[in-house]
Design a protein. Structure first.
Length: 106
């Protein structure tokens, strides 16, 4: 069992934690979901030891709200398009957020 935990700990997760108290389960699950869905989505790992899994808790689950991505105003986009078209050698620096599916629909 220890070898399996060691191997999982070095897998390259975005977020990995061991739950040390049953009352922390809701907050740690919420944090894992937040990390998994943020700017660079990826895998997360929560280790739940057997002794903690068998404990009772009164902790309540946190609600998960959808993430709202900001969208540029139409005037700003039109101005940027005009500047790009008017430029003789435009240079575009595109951030990591451009690889999102919603960005491709714009």
């Amino acid at each position: 069992m220890w070898i399996g935990v060691f191997w999982l700990g070095n897998f390259g997760w975005q977020f990995t934690k061991q739950i040390a108290d049953g009352d922390l389960v809701p907050s740690m699950v919420r944090e894992a979901i937040r990390v998994a869905e943020e700017e660079r989505p990826g895998a997360v790992h929560l280790e739940l030891p057997e002794d903690i899994a068998s404990t009772m808790t009164d902790a309540q689950a946190f609600p998960v709200y959808p993430v709202r991505r900001p969208i540029a105003e139409g005037k700003a986009i039109a101005k940027a398009v005009n500047l790009i078209h008017a430029s003789s050698h435009p240079l575009l620096l595109i951030g990591a957020g451009a690889n999102r599916q919603q960005t491709q629909k714009m």
